[in-house]
Design a protein around this ligand. Structure first.
Ligand SMILES: Nc1nc2c(ncn2[C@@H]2O[C@H](COP(=O)(O)OP(=O)(O)OP(=O)(O)O)[C@@H](O)[C@H]2O)c(=O)[nH]1
Ligand SMILES: [Mg+2]
Length: 416
């Protein structure tokens, strides 16, 4: 296991949030098998341009490296290319930052073609401005071919051009995947099946909630991975769920968010997050046992940055059975447990209340000589039940308000 020192800078923040951020960094490092030996926090009025922290601090860290036999120093904020270069030269060990760490975890966990491409794009975009004067740090961590051996201009320029070419290619591949997704999304919206997306901070319990909802709705088929690990889920998983005698909806599990998410990653994950942008309802999942308001804020700001903040959202806290208190939040929320399943049914009620508040369930009586009406419905709507009687076909389906008007003469009764 590599041994690390973690470094944070406190510029006019509160001590507590800097401490929490560093603790989270320790977890992130652990995900890459890096053991934290010590944590350094410097209180300063501003960032020092050359080293990020003050030069006195750098010397202190240098001593610690010797004494503790440290392999790697990890900074809790994104370092500029110049800072990275200077720190590496001065400390003479591997130096990385939070962004790089998060991207490396994503690279390790990415399973689908889409996720792999997205991570790779983020890494390359991060590398690009850092090629110049790059020592060993980034290449040692899997950057591979970008090792600036003879730091001659030509080599650099070649690396740069190669990187740009690769970035271009990945963008094209991702665009293709995005278009394919667009097609299946159009198909879904044509069928009027609402989409509900689980969003929230990493490790909040999104995947567990997906499994709870699937179980409650008797679709226990394939379980999605739930694990006490940061970024267990990296690609979206969709499932069609349905309560007895009720219309279906699509539930989507998504990648978790984190504080100081590298912007390269946020941008690259456009394709994965496009499911969120097109959802009809968001279930904002929050860890209710290790409650931290910051996690709600981070999720909200990521949602805003991908323009998903206008979508209806319900707040759900998890881990109720081990929570020691009921957090007070200035918006309504449901408190559930994925272990005891407490309040899961109530959540399903709430979901249905949201997605079908406008579309209503009706029974239509269609005479046999008006078969085209039935075909039209079959094509555009979700048919819940069909009965063939002597006087025609009886169809139970969900209609939009416009369709209610359009099919008025066939309506048998309301809200069945
Ligand atoms: N006790 C308890 N543990 C829970 C509950 N819900 C989830 N967990 C645990 O919390 C951890 C994280 O759960 P996940 O469902 O993987 O979290 P996630 O939000 O999908 O996380 P990422 O995919 O990493 O973003 C797992 O160890 C779960 O077993 C709950 O209601 N009670
Ligand atoms: Mg998950």
């Amino acid at each position: 296991m590599d041994k690390a020192i973690l470094v944070g800078l406190n510029v006019n923040q509160d001590e507590e949030s800097v401490r929490k951020s560093i603790d989270e960094l320790e977890h992130l490092a652990l995900a890459l098998d890096i053991k934290t030996k010590d944590k350094v926090i410097q209180n300063a009025k501003q960032i020092t341009p050359k080293y990020y922290v003050g030069s006195g601090k750098v010397q202190e860290i240098k001593k610690m490296i010797e004494v503790l036999n440290i392999d790697i120093v990890i900074f809790d904020d994104t370092l500029s290319p110049a800072q990275l270069k200077h720190l590496e030269k001065e400390l003479d060990v591997q130096v990385i930052d939070r962004s790089f760490l998060i991207m490396s975890i994503f690279a390790l966990r990415a399973q689908t073609k889409e996720a792999k491409l997205e991570v790779s794009l983020a890494q390359k975009n991060y590398m690009l401005p850092r090629l110049i004067g790059l020592g060993n740090s980034l290449s040692r961590q899997g950057g591979g071919s970008y090792n600036a051996k003879g730091p001659g201009e030509t080599k650099l320029e070649l690396d740069r051009r190669k990187l740009l070419r690769e970035i271009y290619q990945i963008r094209q591949d991702l665009e293709k995947i995005k278009q394919e997704k667009e097609v299946s999304r159009k198909q879904r919206s044509k069928n009027h099946i609402p989409v509900v997306a689980l969003v929230g901070y990493t490790n909040a319990g999104k995947s567990s909630l997906m499994n709870s909802l699937s179980e409650a709705l008797n679709h226990p088929s394939e379980q999605v991975l739930e694990k006490d690990m940061l970024f267990a889920t990296l690609s979206t998983k969709a499932k069609k769920l349905q309560r007895d005698n009720m219309p279906p909806f699509i539930l989507i599990d998504t990648v978790g968010f984190i504080n100081k998410l590298p912007h390269e990653l946020a941008r690259s994950f456009e394709s994965t997050l496009s499911d969120v942008i097109h959802a009809d309802l968001l279930i904002h999942v929050v860890d209710g046992a290790f409650f931290d308001r910051m996690q709600i804020e981070v999720t909200k700001s990521v949602l805003a940055s991908i323009h998903a903040d206008k979508i209806e959202r319900i707040l759900v806290l998890t881990k109720k059975e081990i929570a020691t208190y009921q957090p007070s939040i200035d918006e309504d929320y449901l408190f559930v447990s994925n272990r005891t399943k407490e309040n899961i049914d109530q959540l399903i009620d709430t979901i249905y209340g949201h997605i079908y508040q406008e579309n209503r369930i009706h029974i239509l009586h269609i005479p046999f000589d008006e078969g085209h009406i039935f075909s039209n419905l079959k094509e555009n709507n979700t048919i819940l039940e069909t009965k063939y009687e002597a006087d025609g076909t009886y169809v139970k389906t969900i209609l939009t308000p416009e369709q209610e008007k359009q099919f008025k003469k066939y309506l048998l009764n309301n809200k069945k």
